[in-house]
Design a protein around this ligand. Structure first.
Ligand code: ATP
Length: 239
């Protein structure tokens, strides 16, 4: 579903992504983890067609992101790290608006599904400017999944969301991936979440992939107790 090959991104003299390669199979949940500034968001934004790579290639569902970004956009949804929604719309209006953009004919079904997924209930009738950070995140995540993309790119999907709802969100991501054959690429700083959710993981440090595999493989590689410990050891070793 996704093939990233020797991807490089430079911002002036700074190399944010330094020749990384990985593939994500159809229906897989794949996690990118790494310390602050490692290059995760840059990688996700290139895959989402919002940034052009300096070198290398990214192919989504057989389509090259630089050659045919519009076709790629039809197949993906992207949840940015800091997604803004229109403050003067209600949550409900926003979900209808986004659903119409994706599918003008069947937008009602998508919007209803997104409303349910958001778990926001009566708050959907309120203006988004009155929402907490977590409520806005729930709205954004709901629209990212309800449109049923081929590939959902989720940059820190549960950041700012409380523990109980994070658990629900994980369950939703898992269920959606399975039920609708959606491939998920996500980044997260929450190792518990990644351990629980991801089929495979890549650890990025300083723009390079320093470890890749199933959570179990990564833990075993450095004889750690859990992913958090393995992550800390691998990153310290790479410094
Ligand atoms: P975090 O976990 O903190 O969100 P990240 O892994 O997502 O970090 P990126 O946002 O991809 O990291 O940033 C990678 C590197 O590129 C950092 O050194 C950052 O300062 C730099 N960078 C990111 N965006 C720009 C930009 N627009 N211009 C210049 N440098 C940038």
């Amino acid at each position: 579903m996704l093939v990233v090959n020797n991807l490089v991104k430079k911002y002036g003299k700074k190399t944010a992504v330094d020749s990384i390669s990985f593939t994500v199979n159809m229906g897989e949940i794949y996690g990118l983890i790494g310390p602050n500034g490692a290059g995760k968001t840059t990688t996700l934004r290139i895959i989402a067609t919002l940034l052009t790579p300096t070198a290398g290639s990214v192919v989504v569902d057989g389509i090259d992101v630089t050659k045919n970004p519009l076709e790629v956009r039809r197949r993906i949804s992207y949840l940015p790290e800091e997604a803004g929604a229109y403050p003067y719309m209600t949550g409900e209006e926003y979900l209808v608006f986004i659903s119409k953009l994706y599918d003008p004919e069947n937008y009602k079904d998508i919007a209803v599904e997104a409303e349910e997924l958001s778990g926001l209930g009566d708050a959907l009738k309120e203006k988004i400017k009155t929402y907490s950070k977590g409520m806005k995140r729930r709205l954004q995540l709901a629209r990212s999944l309800a449109v049923k993309p081929r590939l959902a790119i989720l940059d820190e999907p549960t950041s700012g969301i409380d523990v109980l709802y994070s658990l629900e969100i994980r369950e939703q991501i898992r269920r959606y991936a399975k039920q609708h054959g959606i491939t998920i690429l996500l980044s997260s700083h929450n190792m518990l979440e990644v351990e629980d959710l991801c089929d495979r993981v890549a650890i990025i440090y300083n723009g390079k992939i320093i470890a890749e595999g199933t959570v179990k493989e990564i833990i075993n590689k450095v004889s750690a107790y859990n992913l958090e410990e393995a992550f800390a050891r691998l990153v310290r070793h790479a410094r």
